[in-house]
Ligand binder design. Sequence first.
Ligand SMILES: Nc1ncnc2c1ncn2[C@@H]1O[C@H](COP(=O)(O)OP(=O)(O)OP(=O)(O)O)[C@@H](O)[C@H]1O
Length: 554
Amino acid sequence: MTTTALVVDDEVDLCRLMQITLTKMGIKSDVAYTLSQARSFWKDNDYDFCLTDLNLPDGSGLELVKEISDSSSTPIAVITAHGSMDLAIEALKLGAFDFVNKPLELPRLRQLVENALKVIHQDNVASATPESSPEQKMLDSRLIGNSAVMHPLKKTILKLARSQAPVFLSGASGTGKEVVARLIHDLSPRRDGSFVPVNCGAIPSELMESEFFGHKKGSFTGAVADKQGLFQQANGGTLFLDEVADLPLAMQVKLLRAIQEKTVRAIGDTKEVPVDIRILSATHKDLSQLVQGGAFRQDLYYRINVIELKLPTLNARRDDIPVLAEHFLAMITNEWQLETPPSLTNEACERLQHHNFAGNVRELRNILERAVTLAESSQIDVNHLGLTDIDISHAQIPETELKNRAVVSTLEASEKTIQQANEAIAPQIQQVPTNLHPYRTSTQHFPAMRQRSSVNQAEILNPTTSYNDEESINPDSTQQEGNEKVNLSELSEGQLPAQGLETYLQEQEKQLIITALKKTGWNKTQAAELLGTTFRSLRYRMKKLEISEDESES
Ligand SMILES: Nc1ncnc2c1ncn2[C@@H]1O[C@H](COP(=O)(O)OP(=O)(O)OP(=O)(O)O)[C@@H](O)[C@H]1O
């Protein structure tokens, strides 16, 4: 079937040029010279896409964008006067899928039309198989969750994937911003191009320009060969600026220019190279606040934040926890090549649904990975989860307040708040799960506990027991017999680990495992016993922490 298009512009010559281009691409088109004519054509015909100028004799093309986007899924693109970026952004916000500047460059026009054709093709496939379009399947298999908040989110993602508009993904850490960015790319007409993720906070500022735009050989000391920048790597695809809030101000100016001009110039090069990229960006920080404080440029913010997509926290979609857990357990089974797929007991699943997830979906995945290594069988029960915060189902406390009260998650909570939390919750706690495995001691796992060594905190971990440091290393004293005690924490009173909690814990874990292995002459079965864990778990940890027998020499 022939594709049909409506072209709207009051410049006769330009319309003719566009029509010739479309005909060459196998597309039949009608031309309207005014807004009212365009409306009338639109009413009487069934076009596959529309291309409109914004400046029409009897009104603005933005009206047409709004009317068509509100009433159909037909892709509509706009033609803007050179430099009128604000109008282009407004059109994208209203639902236009792309824009092209005047004076019209034919390669750019062709590229826009090709993207439109891909979107039309996707729509045709989707309408032929409404229940299971390939796009819907991809979305459902990679963005897990069917809760009430996820439905509109998924619908928006499908819509945004068709557009070329820059999308800003906001939301707390671990909510799935990168997952969504990849999906937007893979569902878009750009899917055949590259998805290039870049962690803006991880590039040293002196290397940033070269990383983004590339360099020519010899342009500075150390530039031993030509290097392609990230913009060029993403040409034809998507550039994902993760942690965009961490861009230094000087780099923000250069980035803005490249995004606006759609050209880049490598360090040491004399010519600008055109790039065709879509920008997606994300941060867990409040970017608008950074703009207000002067740490982030308003013009760049405006340019990358054409459409904001806010991702919900896991606490706001607890209904999704079982299905997410099932998904991660299946992934773990696959990745670790487990013979028997692990599963959660009903109690464990319920406990997870009542956990305060400060780290969102990432935290859930980590909890499950740990639980699988700790469980002796394929059944994961509550004690394997190692959750030491308060079961929030028992406490009628608002979520925001709980966030402050969850001792594990918010180490910065004040002494007073923790005590208040204990007082409020203590009567309702029957048995807070404590994982007394040596690897998961309170001292080791929660270094900040030491600095606030009040009885109340210990009660949160176990209301019936208060540990001193020695006991917390291994409460099972029989296992400690004959073994010298290991000083697990090198932190002095009031200190937090400079290297961050995860690294600190990993170092401690490694130290403990090596100690046990040394004591048993590197016999893993005996070392596992000594550590009170399983052979399988020890083997996994050794692999994860890259402990090899070579270290027996050290
Ligand atoms: N809805 C989801 N379905 C399946 N996996 C998910 C989902 N959301 C997040 N994840 C998983 O959780 C982990 C964290 O996700 P991701 O890196 O996308 O989060 P983020 O919001 O970008 O985090 P950060 O702000 O820290 O960079 C990843 O392992 C990801 O695969």
